[in-house]
Design a protein around this ligand. Structure first.
Ligand code: GUN
Length: 330
């Protein structure tokens, strides 16, 4: 059956002055293309990829410059990374973090502890790292084995060395707009959005997911950037309908390919935080929380998985290590 539709695509230039200051809504964007297309054809321009690898490389260059500046004052930033147990994904993440740290000149201290490590033993190690003046950042890779209470460990880290930004003191400071260590993934997502859209002021952002690591701090950062923010989650009534109102969508829900084109407003900018491994006929592959192939037929810009948000998380961990080093010297 033939079904014709008239569809358009918004163009969002990557400059800070994207929005008409007198009319800060998507109506102020430049409507560059209207396409009469057959609904079964693929003639619409696809969303452009937001290149997390390239933007992370720039962030790492900034960190390298900062580290060189500290080195000229005789300061060598050091990051301690603690990994308990055998979770294979965590081992990969930690290896990447340590490798990137070395590349930008940050000293890394690696603590790989057996699954059987007790909570008291872990807390004792954190206490020692807290008081060691040669250690500037402490990261305990999550998840922890079930017998260790995650919050007890996070709250034991000195807030000024908490490069994850998970300590209550940092979470509270973030909400109040204080200069604190801020969670790495949301910080990286904000950089991607700012480089894609410029000024975010007045845009409607929908965050899908309400975790402490991503969803909640992401919503807070978007609010600080003067967005109108909605958080949708598993109890939301018609999450897709709420999401269709969004200029910016940040998906951090941990459900492979949940969000497809039917969730999106034409011209939305989509940040996909999800990293999910799915089985395929030939093995397995990584996918996000967004159905990339579907979403890119309607979005203006989208992060791929892998190569979108992932590299930004590590880059901002290292940026936080520099910030923590400076805070400790202030
Ligand atoms: N596990 C998954 N994401 C993170 C993160 O951002 N920090 C830590 N410490 N563990 C994680």
């Amino acid at each position: 059956m033939s079904h014709w539709s008239l569809r358009g695509r918004w163009y969002i230039p990557a400059t800070p002055q994207r929005l008409d200051p007198s009319f800060k809504s998507l109506v102020g964007l430049l409507f560059i293309q209207t396409t009469v297309t057959h609904s079964m054809s693929n003639s619409l321009p696809l969303a452009r990829d937001i290149d997390g690898k390239a933007i992370a490389a720039r962030v790492l260059e900034e960190v390298r410059t900062d580290v060189a500046g500290l080195a000229s004052q005789g300061v060598l930033p050091a990051l301690a990374v603690l990994l308990v147990g055998d979770d294979p994904a965590s081992h990969v993440y930690v290896r990447n973090k340590l490798q990137r740290a070395e590349e930008v000149g940050i000293r890394s201290l690696e603590y790989r502890l057996p699954e059987s490590t007790g909570q008291a033993e872990l807390l004792q190690l954190i206490a020692e790292l807290n008081t060691d003046p040669a250690v500037n950042g402490i990261l305990v890779q999550l998840p922890l084995p079930a017998h260790i209470e995650e919050q007890a460990v996070i709250q034991a880290i000195d807030p000024i060395k908490d490069v994850d930004g998970f300590h209550r003191e940092n979470v509270g400071g973030l909400v109040q707009g204080a200069e604190v260590l801020t969670p790495c993934t949301p910080s990286g997502c904000m950089r991607l959005l700012q480089e894609t859209c410029g000024d975010l002021s007045g845009l409607h952002a929908v965050v899908i997911g309400r975790s402490n690591i991503v969803g909640k701090p992401m919503a807070t950062l978007l609010l600080q950037a003067h967005c109108s923010v909605s958080v949708v989650h598993s109890r939301s009534v018609d999450a897709a309908a709420l999401c269709r109102l969004a200029d910016i969508v940040v998906a951090a829900v941990g459900r492979p390919q949940l969000i497809d084109a039917s969730w999106l407003k034409p011209g939305a900018v989509v940040i996909d935080v999800g990293i999910n491994r799915i089985e395929t006929e030939t093995g397995s592959r990584l996918v996000g929380d967004v159905d990339y192939a579907s979403a890119r037929t309607i979005a203006a810009a989208i992060t791929p998985v892998p190569g979108g948000v992932g590299p930004m998380t590590i880059a901002y961990l290292l940026k936080n290590t520099v910030i923590a080093t400076r805070l400790q010297r202030a």
